[in-house]
Write a protein that binds this ligand. Structure first.
Ligand code: ZN
Length: 250
């Protein structure tokens, strides 16, 4: 099993939904691969956080009464010799409806919680890159030097463009780590402000359309496009970050 397959199956694995063969493949892969096994750890932590923090809705008195009424009618009817199907289907429908509502709520909570975790990691990566004096592994203003540098280090090729003419020169790149996987970090600069642009292959969950957040004095813009997820972060003002993102989205 390869990492890409393992990572798409990790949530099903954690929920015990895989068949026996895949389950064994997965266990073998997790034993060999620290990246995927740290994703498993994150999935387990997320699951326990959902149990603790996701909103829980009690059935309304009205709904409870309807379910009870159906059950009472069923008891009365079952004393007779035939089983009325409509009472069963009413009870089953009520339970199914409740299950569907609960599932939707939990799923949304899980996605937003995962989104928050990724954003927190992005902020931490950005701060670390500034504090540890480790902004770039490859320092170059030439996109034709930076782009091939990632070759063989990632299983995708991040698009690399220079925007020196527009006031956002490329200054290099490095490998970083987000959401349990290696990602490209492209580094740009606006006056004295470094911008980290994280790029990884999109899984359609983190950012579909442009999303703006402010955390700990940083502006963070994330979006997905052409199968890649992008996340730009810096201490620049929101309007300057927007100009930068406009260049990338051109
Ligand atoms: Zn792996």
């Amino acid at each position: 099993m390869r990492c890409t397959e393992a990572q798409t199956l990790i949530e099903s694995y954690v929920d015990g939904e895989l068949d026996l063969v895949r389950n064994l493949d997965m266990e073998q892969h997790l034993g060999d691969c620290s990246a995927c096994s740290s994703m498993r750890q994150q999935a387990l932590e997320l699951r326990s956080r959902i149990r603790q923090e996701a909103p829980y809705f009690r059935a309304s008195a009205d709904l409870k009464e309807k379910v009870r009424a159906v059950a009472r009618a069923e008891r009365t009817e079952s004393r007779r010799s035939w089983v009325p199907m409509w009472t069963w289907s009413g009870a089953v429908a009520a339970v199914l409806l409740l299950a569907v509502i609960t599932f939707g709520v939990v799923r949304r909570a899980a996605e937003s919680s995962r989104h928050q975790i990724i954003t927190q990691e992005i902020v931490a990566d950005h701060i670390r890159s500034l504090m540890a004096n480790h902004l770039t592994d490859v320092t170059s203003t030439d996109q034709h030097t930076v782009k091939p540098w990632f070759h063989g280090k990632l299983d995708f090729a991040p698009p690399v463009d220079d925007f020196a003419a527009e006031g956002f020169p490329l200054i290099g790149g490095r490998l970083d780590y987000v959401d349990g996987r290696s990602v490209a970090a492209l580094v740009y600069q606006r006056r004295q402000h470094p911008i980290n642009l994280f790029v990884w292959t999109a899984d359609g969950k983190y950012a579909e359309k442009l999303n703006r957040q402010a955390r700990q004095g940083y502006n963070i813009l994330s979006w997905s496009r052409d199968g890649m997820t992008y996340c730009a972060i810096s201490d620049l003002a929101a309007d300057e970050m927007q100009s930068f993102v406009d260049l990338l989205q051109k």
